[in-house]
Design a protein around this ligand. Structure first.
Ligand code: ZN
Ligand code: FE
Length: 261
């Protein structure tokens, strides 16, 4: 039995806790700040065994040193997993386990697969647990969006998203920010006739009015509604007057429009 906890942290970030009861294992995905994470672990009586870092941006790692201090006080020695490609800009002395695309390690009795997803940054990884149907995407694939291209090219991000899109559709997508409401407003400008998107936009407005998170989502829902996964959709292309353009050209155009939105 595994339990997934979505933790709102900072202004609009999410961290995630994944707990396996049988083995008393608990993983944390990203550490925007340590306070709410330690409080949640203490409240639940969970000892942290794993910390998984998706990419080097401050809003995903800033709490690491103070979290490790809190772990030491409690006698916990978590494994800290991050991409080899980011080691030059992470606090490397705190990382115990380096990974790259295609690597796999075990958490409790579950495999965790590393998928390289460059675009937002070069070095960004996603973590996929196929037996639990859980995918941690942070700022690569996001709820109704994808991360801004700070380092990678549109081609790299489109390729990354296609890799994620190919996973089983029931996969639970755990992304790094509560940006979904503004993402929905933008998505409707490029895919206005998509009934599934219209419905999702309504659901998002209702959820946010009650201050409920819109993350995680499912891969099926993202495939049906996220314009960044639909750059090869004929109706969307036609609506942008890009019926004969390549999928990558359409993706690039959608990403550029979002940057100006
Ligand atoms: Zn980021
Ligand atoms: Fe971020």
């Amino acid at each position: 039995m595994t339990e997934l906890v979505t933790l709102p942290v900072l202004k609009d970030n999410y961290a995630f806790l994944l707990h396996d009861e049988a083995s008393s294992s608990t993983a944390l995905v990203d550490i925007p700040e340590h306070g709410p994470i330690v409080a949640e672990l203490d409240k639940r009586g969970w000892a942290l065994t794993d910390i998984w870092i998706t990419h080097h941006h401050w809003d995903h790692i800033d709490g690491l040193a103070s979290l490790l201090d809190a772990c030491a006080e409690r006698g916990w020695t978590p494994r800290v997993v991050a991409a080899t490609a980011d080691m030059h800009r992470l606090p490397a002395d705190l990382i115990t386990h380096q990974v790259a695309d295609g690597d796999s390690f075990a958490f409790a009795d579950m495999p965790v697969q590393i998928i390289d997803v460059p675009g937002h940054t070069v070095g960004h990884i996603a973590l996929y647990l196929p037996t639990a149907d859980i995918l941690f995407t942070a700022d690569s694939l996001m709820a109704l969006g994808c991360g801004r291209l700070f380092e990678g090219t549109p081609a790299q991000m489109w390729d990354s998203l296609q890799k994620l899109r190919a996973l089983p559709k029931q996969t639970i997508v755990c992304s790094g920010h509560e940006y979904t409401q503004s993402n929905a407003k933008f998505a409707l400008t490029v895919d206005p006739d998509n009934a599934a998107l219209q419905q999702r936009a309504t659901d998002i407005t209702l959820a946010r009015a009650k201050d409920l998170p819109t993350v995680p989502s499912t891969l099926q829902l993202e495939c049906d509604t996220n314009p960044f996964l639909r750059a090869d959709n004929a109706a969307l292309k036609a609506g942008l007057n890009m019926a004969t353009a390549s999928d990558l050209e359409v993706f690039t155009e959608i990403r550029a429009r979002k940057d100006r939105f």
